[in-house]
Unconditional design. Structure first.
Length: 191
């Protein structure tokens, strides 16, 4: 009912993770579980210049969740940004590729410039869960001229703990956005 992760039994409304954490976003959904062949496909999309996969994912998202997104009524689609150093190295932000395609199909404006990542969050693996969260909380920012809208749909490739989506949601809500939703290609297997 929150992150969209499949749960063991129908009576269970929230996954184990969502029962423990108060998420900052409102609702979200993912297309597939993060396992093969999905994980391989996303890897190619992210690291091996298979940008073309973006239109396939976006089409699948529109078919699976177009009606739900319409109900959410997002005013803007915002891809989760990469730090500019990383984007330069990779040549593109895979979330932006996906977000732009989705926006085109669903007819929703895409803003891929207002939100940015100000801290390189690479040494994440060396940090504990709490430090990682703290680090991420400061990682995102909005440009001064961003005008808040009632609802934003975030787009990213993978949802794991939700820390990233939460961090971005917090930034948006602080600026006056009321509802934040997300769509990702895959989601980690939970409980
Ligand atoms: Zn959950």
């Amino acid at each position: 009912m929150r992150c969209g992760k499949p749960v063991r039994c129908e009576e269970q409304e929230y996954c184990y993770d969502c029962m423990q954490v108060r998420h900052r976003y409102d609702r979200g959904l993912s297309l597939w579980l993060h396992r093969k062949p999905v994980s391989t496909s996303i890897y190619q999309f992210k690291y091996h210049n298979q940008r073309v996969y973006g239109s396939f994912y976006a089409k699948e998202m529109a078919v699976a969740y177009g009606r739900i997104v319409k109900r959410w009524k997002p005013d803007l689609i915002m891809p989760v940004p990469l730090h500019k150093e990383r984007r330069r190295k990779r040549g593109y932000n895979q979330a932006a590729v996906l977000g732009r395609e989705l926006g085109r199909i669903l007819g929703i404006p895409v803003d891929d410039t207002s939100l940015f990542r100000r801290i390189h969050t690479d040494p994440q693996k060396a940090l504990g869960r709490q430090d990682r969260k703290k680090n991420l909380r400061r990682a995102f920012a909005l440009k001064e001229d961003f005008r808040p809208v009632p609802a934003v749909l975030l787009v990213d490739d993978i949802y794991t703990t939700g820390n990233t989506i939460d961090a971005v949601s917090e930034v948006l809500k602080k600026k006056g956005v009321e509802k934040v939703y997300f769509l990702t290609i895959s989601i980690g297997q939970g409980y």
